[in-house]
Design a protein. Structure first.
Length: 441
């Protein structure tokens, strides 16, 4: 009887140990509140901004995700012994203020889904839909902590919400169709995530920590050359490849990061004798934080930043550069450069505040008038450059470690953007503000 009781206790102990070695956690964010927006646009008349005029627009609504995108996720970890463990994450976007609480967008609903292995003292790797090295670096070096309000020139957002029924208007409204004609729109400064990714991260050694990823989706079949015009291929080749490298260094209260990533997207295409695409014109991938690849483009991105914790406040300095080229004609490209400084501090044990300000430039280059398909909706786009800038102020009132009230104000502007050769320069000034409550679980 004693032996039986002892064996039963031993089995229970082993089962308890096995259970403790494997865990699954449910987590998420619910963020809802009030958002307002004011826009003033000069010389904008849709796709042909040739007339003088100023248009003012005001928009207000109760909505979600002004500070953080609402989400629901599951993550797990299993101890395999010897310092080796397996892990996974599945995370989907939520739209709690819409009829469908689970986002139906194919580009943003799957925020992360990956599985991998980790070795203590060495590092880890994972396969799946994951964040890029630049996005991970921005997460720890952005004074606004990647909130969804405007005014941040690094993690750029047009608004904190989607303008219901907006048609776009060149460079102003919240639709994806016109992002490429403004320096400040919605995640145009770098790619946030990618599918089909192998991601590797090392542990920290002597203050240094490394990150890398390789994304691949290749589909090569026989193609037929097109003889008319300047040629191309009638079908077959569809290649999407991306890679990135990042290095972080920590020394006492100083943190420095340097990152570079590149995406190359090829698809079958054909051109007219004038060099205009008949099919599969180039477009930039990863717009708005989605994981969708581009088409016939080469997208080079780099990000450098540093933070220093002074104790009473933390200081930030950031620089980002992105150049997206036509893979078949590199003289057609968009280039966006921005720099930003900021601070973040706890004013009291429960009141936190931050501020940031930055400037930048968006350059449009065309090999010939009207041939840059990155800038859609204009038949006679010319080479030009536009200046932009913005600032953001924000604060949190922490009710607990998981719940806070927030207030955010952001302002941004773009000037001297010429959408069409011979047209007047278009410019806009815009601000948005939000009051809300966020709960993490």
């Amino acid at each position: 009887m004693k032996k039986s009781l002892f064996a039963l206790a031993a089995v229970g102990a082993i089962a308890g140990t096995a259970q403790a070695q494997s865990s699954v956690t449910v987590y998420g964010i619910m963020d809802l509140g009030y958002v307002g927006n004011n826009t003033q646009t000069a010389n904008n008349t849709g796709t042909t901004p040739t007339l003088n005029g100023v248009v003012k627009t005001t928009y207000n609504q109760f909505t979600d995700s002004a500070q953080s995108t609402s989400r629901l996720g599951f993550k797990g970890n299993e101890d395999l012994g010897g310092g080796l463990s397996a892990f996974f994450t599945v995370e989907t976007a939520l739209t709690p203020d819409a009829q469908q609480a689970f986002s139906s967008s194919s580009g943003t609903a799957n925020r992360q889904s990956f599985v991998g292995l980790k070795k203590a003292g060495v590092g880890q790797f994972a396969f799946g839909t994951q964040y890029t090295t630049i996005h991970d670096a921005v997460a720890v070096t952005d004074p606004g902590m990647q909130n969804n309000m405007m005014g941040n020139v690094i993690y750029d957002k047009l608004t904190g919400y989607s303008l219901a029924g907006a048609t776009g208007g060149a460079g102003v409204a919240g639709t994806a169709g016109t992002w490429n004609t403004s320096g400040q729109q919605n995640n145009t400064s770098y790619s946030v995530r990618a599918n089909d990714m192998l991601k590797v991260s090392t542990d920290t050694f002597a203050g240094f920590q490394g990150n890398a990823f390789y994304a691949m989706n290749n589909n090569n079949t026989n193609s037929t050359a097109v003889s008319s015009g300047q040629g191309g291929y009638s079908g077959g080749t569809t290649n999407h490849i991306g890679w990135g490298l990042g290095a972080n260094y920590t020394w006492q209260k100083l943190f420095v990061t340097a990152n570079y990533q590149q995406f190359t997207d090829k698809a079958a295409y054909s051109l007219t004798s004038g060099g205009v695409y008949n099919s599969n014109a180039p477009q930039m991938g990863g717009f708005g934080g989605t994981s969708a690849p581009g088409t016939n483009d080469k997208d080079n991105q780099q990000y450098y930043a540093a933070t220093y914790d002074f104790g009473i406040l933390k200081a930030y300095v950031q620089y980002v550069n992105r150049k997206t080229m036509d893979v078949n004609n590199p003289n057609n490209y968009l280039a966006r450069t921005a720099q930003q400084i900021g601070v973040r501090s706890f004013v009291t044990p429960t009141v936190e505040a931050w501020a940031s300000a930055g400037t930048g430039k968006l350059t449009v280059a065309t090999a010939a008038s009207g041939t840059n398909s990155f800038v859609g909706g204009y038949s006679n786009i010319g080479s030009n450059a536009a200046n932009f800038g913005g600032f953001q102020l924000g604060s949190n009132y922490w009710l607990s470690k998981r719940t806070n009230l927030y207030a955010i104000f952001g302002q941004q502007h773009t000037s001297n953007q010429i959408f069409q050769t011979g047209a007047n320069p278009t410019s806009y000034n815009e601000n948005s503000y939000a009051l809300g409550v966020r709960h993490t679980f």
